[in-house]
Structure formats: structure tokens, C-alpha cells
Design a protein around this ligand. Structure first.
Ligand code: DX5
Ligand code: ZN
Length: 225
């Protein structure tokens, strides 16, 4: 699709050279910086928080790059971090409904702080969580791996799930992104796009490649077919 967004997950970037890595990947044609926040509680890994997000936002600005930051919260509780990430320059904030006691309130909080809001559904999470939330959302993020680590393999049942969410979004008539995260590669991105995704997170596929620009343009070629 024409306005597909490519969102490299910086989880697989070289954290010792993070600013440089981000500039490099945006100049290579990526649209969005996917920022994975893990708390060693909701998921068994620990990554980066609002201070690093603020530094990333500042460094993008300094380099004259207008890439959005897509903050994927894998944390529990969710609400205390929302304002901090909004102030740190997040454009999107997504969270896992299992990690919030009051999902509608967390969505409202994200929007009150001027960010775009999304729910993240784990591979085994049913779509019923969208029944009374979809109209509030700017993005639905389907996990195609279990959250916590980069470099895992795409779980095939996610393709069927993508198709179902695509139908729901189209039926809603709203402008809602369908984002996919986990195991996205050059050789499967085409079927993922055909199943309905229009925002593609890719960590290891991009950052473990020799040439970010060629990887991203090959991905774009696949989803344009
Ligand atoms: C996993 C993260 C992903 C991860 C994707 O919990 O949410 O964003 O970095 O990495 P790859 O693309 O390597 O599966
Ligand atoms: Zn992620």
C-alpha cells in the first residue's frame, strides 16, 4: 500500500551509538522510530525509558529529521509512564490491555496528553478487547511474537488475525493503523501486507543487515507488489 509505514525497532540497534543508528535508519528511508519499553515485570527483559526517548527526540530534531516516535509499552502498570513519554516526545503510545486495570482510562490518558493511542494484542489475546475500544484507537498493534525479545520467528496464526482486524477497521470506517511487530523480514512482509497490515515494525531484519537503505527499499518493493 502507498502509505505503508516502516518502523525499525531500535531494540536491535547498537545502543552505544544510538543517535547515529537512528539518523542512519531514518536517512535510509524509515518513517517511524519504534521504541520498545520493557520493565522486567510485564515482560522478562529491561530496556529504555522516557529519558532515552527524550534524547532520541532531541537528536532527531537536531538532525532535522521529522520521524515520529512509536512508543511500545511492555510495562505494568501503564498509566504512570504515559505523561512521561508524552513529554518525552512520543507520537504514538501503545500498551498491552492485560497490563492495565482500566483500559479505557489508559487510552483516554494517552489522548489527553496529545498522543495517538493504540492497544497491543499478544499472539494469544483474542480480538474481543477491541469490541468497545476500537473507535477510540489510532492504531491496533498485533504481536507476531511473544513480547520481550528481538530476533524471534513470526507466528503464522497472526496472518489470520490480521485479516480479521483489517475487516473490523474497514467496517469502522475510521482512520486506524494496523501495525505488526515481531519476526517481520523481507521474505514474509508481502504476505503480512496482503493480510492487511499497513505499519511494519522490523528490528533484527533491518539493524542486523549490512545496508539499511537496501533492506528498507526491498521491504517497500515487496509491499508495493
Ligand atoms: C518484541 C518487540 C519488538 C522487537 C522486534 O517484544 O516488541 O519490537 O524488537 O524485533 P524483530 O523484528 O527482530 O522480531
Ligand atoms: Zn515492539
Amino acid at each position: 500500500s502507498a502509505n505503508a509505514l516502516i518502523a525499525p525497532s531500535i531494540l536491535s540497534a547498537d545502543f552505544a551509538r544510538l543517535g547515529e543508528e537512528i539518523r542512519h535508519v531514518i536517512e535510509a528511508g524509515a518513517d517511524v522510530v519504534h521504541f520498545d519499553v520493557m520493565d522486567n515485570h510485564y515482560v522478562p527483559n529491561l530496556t529504555i525509558g522516557p529519558m532515552v526517548c527524550e534524547a532520541v527526540a532531541r537528536s532527531l530534531k537536531k538532525d532535522g529529521l521529522d520521524a515520529a516516535i512509536d512508543v511500545h509499552l511492555m510495562v505494568k502498570p501503564v498509566d504512570p509512564l504515559i505523561e512521561l513519554f508524552a513529554k518525552a516526545g512520543a507520537t504514538w503510545i501503545t500498551f498491552h490491555p492485560e497490563a492495565s486495570d482500566h483500559v479505557d482510562r489508559s487510552i483516554a490518558l494517552i489522548k489527553q496528553h496529545g498522543c495517538k493511542a493504540g492497544l497491543v494484542l499478544n499472539p494469544a489475546t483474542p480480538l474481543s478487547v477491541l469490541d468497545y475500544t476500537l473507535e477510540q484507537l489510532d492504531v491496533v498493534l498485533l504481536m507476531s511474537v511473544n513480547p520481550g525479545f528481538g530476533g524471534q520467528s513470526f507466528i503464522p496464526s497472526t496472518l489470520r488475525k490480521l485479516k480479521e482486524v483489517r475487516q473490523r477497521i474497514d467496517a469502522s470506517g475510521r482512520d486506524i493503523r494496523l501495525e505488526i511487530d515481531g519476526g517481520v523480514k523481507i521474505d514474509n512482509i508481502r504476505e503480512i501486507a496482503q493480510a492487511g497490515a499497513d505499519m511494519f515494525v522490523a528490528g533484527s531484519a533491518i539493524f542486523n543487515s549490512e545496508d539499511y537503505a537496501s533492506t528498507i527499499s526491498r521491504m517497500r518493493d515487496e509491499i508495493a507488489l
